[in-house]
Structures are given as C-alpha cells and as structure tokens.
Design a protein around this ligand. Structure first.
Ligand SMILES: CC(C)(COP(=O)(O)OP(=O)(O)OC[C@H]1O[C@@H](n2cnc3c(N)ncnc32)[C@H](O)[C@@H]1OP(=O)(O)O)[C@@H](O)C(=O)NCCC(=O)NCCS
Length: 183
C-alpha cells in the first residue's frame, strides 16, 4: 500500500475521494448529457458503489481515478486519472487515462489540465511505457481531448468492448495511445 498521491495544477487538485463527493458524483452520474456515451446512467446506489471502488484503488495503490476539485472555487467537479484496463482485448493489460466531468465545468479546459497532470504522473512517476484511452466513435468531445493530449489513433486498433453484449450500439470502440517520450 502506497501513500495516496495528490496532484496539483494551476487551477486544480486531483485528490483522494472524500465522503462529501458522493452527492455531486451521483448528480453527475444521473445527468443524461454526461452519461450519453455510457450504457446507462447510474442510480445513487450504483454511483456510491463506483465511488467506493475508485476510492479503494487510490487507498490501495496510491494512484487511480482521482476526485477533481477547482482550488478555492468548487470542491468537486468530477474525476480524472489512470485505471488498469484488464478486460480481454489485443492491447490489454494496459493503463487507461479516463475522465468524467460534470456538465457545468465543460469548455474550460479543466479536463485537459487534469489529464495532462495524470499523464505526466503515469509516465514520470509510475514509469509507464504507454498510456491508452478508448471510447465510442460518437464521443467526439472525449476524442478531441485525447488528441489535445497528443494521443493518436490507428483505426487498425479499433475494437469491440468485450464487457458489452454483441449487437450493443456502444460495443464498437476507438483506441488512442501515447508512448512515453524518451527523447
Ligand atoms: C470528455 C470531457 C471530459 C471533455 O470536457 P471538455 O471540457 O470538452 O474538455 P477540455 O477540458 O479539454 O476543454 C476543452 C474545451 O474548453 C475550451 N476552453 C476554454 N478555455 C480554454 C483554455 N484556456 N484552453 C484550452 N481550451 C479552453 C476549449 O475551447 C474546448 O471547448 P470546445 O471543445 O467546445 O471547443 C467531458 O465532455 C465529459 O466529462 N464527458 C462525459 C464523460 C465522458 O464521456 N467520459 C469519457 C468516457 S470514455
């Protein structure tokens, strides 16, 4: 077990989860616009369960999908960070970078700022050789963020997400990757 890491950027803190995050997290997970590219919105119970899982990973490893706050402005705007992709796919096991930000906080480059810090942590502190990210083709906002982070997509890497049933409209996924800059 490692000491949980907190990352700080100019405007944001990526930190371990707090009990007070549960309510705004559940609100975000019930928002149809935020959840448009996930199979379902989450009930309060599902949201709490997911929060506990994310919090536990940080407690156990020191890193993960951190709660994001805007310093001195907003105590919780969503999550961002790194997560192990362990399902069966040609590129797994891998470490994924991911994010979910509440709707009022889109369009301010918060997700980018948080993800850049998480990505640097992954390459520099964890020493990862590669970080991946994936989503459905329709999730253009997320793909724009991946591109802003310098990740690139090879259509040959597109895959069907094995945790969604065959025929599910969200099963096809695009994969973006970025390797550590060794220069
Ligand atoms: C994906 C998601 C995090 C992207 O959020 P975002 O706010 O669009 O992303 P960024 O933080 O990169 O911000 C970029 C936007 O901020 C704007 N912006 C404002 N100030 C800026 C600044 N100083 N610098 C850069 N961009 C700035 C940009 O113009 C851009 O807006 P645009 O896309 O409308 O042109 C958000 O849409 C989300 O949480 N979606 C739901 C969850 C989800 O789908 N997660 C991924 C599942 S795989």
């Amino acid at each position: 077990m490692d000491t949980p890491v907190t990352l700080q950027t100019q405007r944001l803190r990526l930190r371990p989860w707090l009990p007070a995050d549960a309510e705004p997290f559940a609100r975000m997970n019930a928002d149809p616009e935020v959840m448009a590219h996930y199979p379902t919105r989450l009930t309060r119970a599902q949201s709490d369960e997911q929060m506990n899982r994310l919090a536990r990973h940080i407690t156990e490893t020191g890193w993960g999908l951190w709660a994001v706050e805007v310093i001195d402005i907003e105590p919780f705007i969503g999550y961002c960070g790194l997560w192990p992709a362990t399902f069966d796919a040609p590129f797994t096991p891998a470490i994924e970078i991911g994010w979910r930000i509440a709707r009022p906080f889109w369009g301010k480059s918060y997700a980018f700022e948080a993800a850049e810090a998480a990505m640097n942590f992954g390459f520099e502190t964890l020493g990862l050789a590669e970080i991946v990210s994936f989503t459905t083709p329709a999730n253009v906002r997320s793909q724009r963020l991946m591109e802003r982070l310098g990740m690139s997509r090879n259509p040959a890497d597109d895959f069907d997400h094995p945790r969604l049933p065959v025929g599910h409209p969200m099963r096809p996924h695009v994969l973006y990757r970025k390797s550590r800059d060794l220069s």
